[in-house]
Write a protein that binds this ligand. Structure first.
Ligand code: IVH
Length: 701
């Protein structure tokens, strides 16, 4: 429990900033809107109570997140604001009271409000000049957004031309969203195609709009609804409702639930009506927005910090329900991560029948203390998959606490949890059926064994038919030649080609071989470091044996499990490997891999089929030989792979993140945090042209 308000405000600022980035920039929130709102509310509470502690970077003064790299920037001619939130009817009364006091209205002067659904989408600014759509931008940080004109041009709801007589300049603002039914259909299609499913319609809309490939946006069912405006050269009416009616007549979709309310009570009745219909509305909404109807009053009211004084979002409470927790199943993902899934007695919440809920990870189960057999409370806040809030304790005896498995339910290997990580992962790798396809795909990938013609589809087919179980089986496919030729999609020629491609890879360099095994934390760079240090697989294996002996001895000495010994011995193991780039984490991961007998068998079986050579990389000395380089931002003249290859050719190491050990940062366009960090650490930052001069000194002179 945090007690010092200063510390709590700092923590809230960091949390809110992080969640805002995940939501706005990455379209991938990790907490519900309701939880996010709770953080913002807590921040506002504290700021109100401790005025002298309000931070210079107070989250109350920020909207959204900075524009993402990859899109052009658009400076909004009027800032795109956010809305003040209310959660209770009394707050709406206070809002009207504030409006009255600000405008010094007599008590009998009515304050007419518009009320309309608050759509859960992403806000967009559409700039028209002389009747033509010339710019479209996301909100970004409120002042500068992303240029998404090309994407918006694919959205049928957005008019590209306006009738001749309307304003010379008009910035129509509204919401890009996806209907619930379209969202569900999209997720089905995404799943079928092996793509990423979206958490909710808002993320789906944002993810679909913010595509560098416009064809993807065009294929997605995006909709638009206008709810306001920015710059406008001529107002077509003197009221909010009047302008919205004009927008509708110009061809913009406007909510058919927009009502003009002469009294506060009338506005609250509209709220109740919209909340009542929430589940049957075709799109997700998270509240009702009230706006002062008179535009002269709006102008006088102006704004405070990030939101206008003339508008208020009256949020709906998160939809909740209670049901029984029947089981906690552990799912093993394609990368080996163990994810607990709550199986629930079916219950309706927010218009959908729910039978599953995520529990995220073992810490969350412990924190919420949910146990199989409990009656639990659920909440659905926009997301399709609801969250479990916690058990309902009625004083009766509790079921037994849930014990999170440390053995992978899919293959029986140890599931290890690394220091500082919330996830537990199966160490079974290639032998784990949950990970098999993914691992095989990695094994034959371009940077590993590089087997041409053995793509994902064929791997899936061969695994399904039992022709391939482990990587060694790839090299035994020739034995199935006859039955392969008879298969659909194959003929003599294609089978010959595939088998030849496989044969061509029976000789492999040590670095590629180690990388292909898919040992956690052993990426290409580490694999190269290891190969450079040991030169032969036999020498490498000797080190591994030593590491295994040390860990087993350490565990035996204090009578603890290997799982516990793992963390304690990691540092010692790093010393055993004595390779730059192999720290405790990597050393422990390599040791884990070889500690599993089935992994040893699997590697032995591959070795029977292939010949492992030394390193293929010949380095030419340069000014960066032996130095560590980090590439950041988007590189224009080369791919990341090429940049890495170049660096390695001239003897440099490539690292993913900037640290005190970094010698040089090469920054492409849009580079941000890493460059800043480099500057702070006093590390030299150069651009692509300067890098090219290092790689190829003769040419650039
Ligand atoms: S009016 C000054 N009306 O909610 C901001 N906003 O939480 C004017 N939103 O950024 C916004 N439905 O993107 C307005 N009917 C509606 C809305 C709406 C959804 C979004 C909008 C805004 C966000 C604020």
């Amino acid at each position: 429990m945090i007690t010092d308000p200063r510390v709590e405000l700092a923590s809230l600022a960091a949390q809110i900033a992080e969640h805002a980035e995940r939501y706005h920039r990455d379209d991938a929130p990790t907490i519900s809107d309701a939880d996010y709102d709770a953080l913002v509310r807590r921040n506002a509470e504290l700021e109100a109570a401790y005025l002298d502690l309000v931070r210079f970077d107070s989250p109350a003064n920020k909207v959204g997140s900075t524009a993402a790299a990859g899109f052009g920037k658009v400076v909004h001619s009027r800032p795109m604001l956010s809305l003040d939130n209310a959660f209770a009817a009394a707050d709406v009364g206070e809002f009207v009271g504030r409006v009255r006091r600000f405008l010094r209205l007599p008590d009998d002067e009515p304050v007419t409000l518009t009320a309309e659904p608050k759509i859960d989408g992403l806000s967009i600014s559409l700039m028209y000049r002389d009747g033509t759509l010339v710019s479209a931008a996301t909100r970004g940080d409120g002042s500068v957004g992303e240029d998404v004109l090309a994407n918006i041009l694919t959205v049928a709801d957005v008019p590209q031309r306006l009738p001749a007589e309307v304003a010379r300049v008009v910035d129509v603002r509204g919401e890009i969203y996806m209907a619930k039914a379209d969202f569900l259909a999209l997720n089905v299609a995404q799943n079928a195609a092996g793509g990423r499913a979206f958490a909710n319609p808002r993320n789906a809309a944002a993810g679909s709009l913010r595509q560098l490939d416009v064809a993807v946006t065009a294929s997605r069912p995006l909709r638009f609804l206008a709810h306001g405006w920015g710059e406008i050269s001529h107002l077509p009416a003197d009221s909010q409702s009047g302008v919205m009616a004009a927008f509708a007549s110009w061809g913009f979709p406007v909510s058919d639930r927009l009502r003009v309310c002469l009294t506060l009570d009338a506005a609250l009745v509209v709220y109740d009506g919209i909340e009542h219909d929430r589940a049957v509305l075709p799109f997700d909404i998270d509240g009702v927005v009230y706006k002062v109807d008179r535009l002269d009053w709006q102008a006088r009211l102006g704004q405070v910090a990030r939101s206008p004084r003339w508008a208020l979002a009256h949020k709906f409470p998160a939809e909740r329900a209670t049901t029984r927790l029947l089981a906690i199943d552990i799912q093993v993902g394609r990368t080996g991560q163990l994810t607990p899934v709550a199986r629930l007695e079916a219950v309706g919440v927010g218009g959908v029948i729910v039978t599953n809920a995520t529990l995220h990870n073992e810490d969350e189960i412990a924190r919420k203390d949910v146990r199989v057999g409990d009656i639990v409370e659920l909440q659905r806040a926009g997301d399709v998959i609801p969250q479990i809030i916690g058990p309902i304790l009625d004083g009766a005896e509790r079921p037994e606490a849930f014990v999170f498995p440390i053995i992978c339910p899919a293959c029986g290997s140890l599931a290890a949890r690394e220091a500082g990580e919330v996830a537990r992962r199966c160490t079974g790798g290639l032998i784990c059926p949950a990970q098999r396809i993914e691992r095989l795909r990695h094994f034959v990938g371009r940077r590993a064994f590089d087997i041409e013609g053995l793509g994902s589809e064929r791997i899936e087919l061969f695994v399904a038919e039992g022709l391939i179980v482990t990587p060694a089986d790839i090299f035994k496919l020739a034995g199935h030649r006859g039955s392969l030729v008879a298969r659909r999609g194959f003929d003599q020629l294609s089978v010959d080609k595939l088998l030849a491609a496989i044969d061509a890879r029976r000789k492999i360099t040590l670095d590629r071989f180690l990388f292909a095994l898919g040992i956690r934390h052993v990426g290409e760079t580490t694999a190269r470091d290891l190969a450079r240090a040991y030169l032969t697989y036999t020498a490498f294996l000797e080190r591994v044996e030593l590491a295994l002996t040390i860990r087993a001895a350490a565990a035996a000495a204090v009578g603890e499990s290997e799982d516990k010994a793992r963390a304690r011995t990691a540092q010692a193991l790093a010393t055993v490997f004595a390779v730059g780039g192999v720290g405790p984490e990597v050393a422990a991961a390599i040791t884990d891999f070889f500690a599993e007998a089935h992994n040893r068998d699997l590697v032995e079986n591959i070795i029977e089929q292939v010949v492992i050579g030394g390193m293929a990389v010949t380095t030419q000395a340069s000014t960066v030989t032996g130095k560590t380089v980090v590439f950041t931002g988007s590189l224009e003249t080369m791919s990341r792979d090429e940049a890495r290859a170049q660096a390695e050719r001239i003897g440099a190491r490539v690292a993913a993140s900037v640290s005190a050990r970094t010698d040089l940062v090469v920054a492409g366009s849009g580079a941000g945090a890493k460059t800043a960090k480099a500057a702070a650490l006093g590390i030299t930052v150069i651009n692509e042209a300067e890098w090219a001069a290092i790689v190829n000194p003769a040419v650039s002179d």
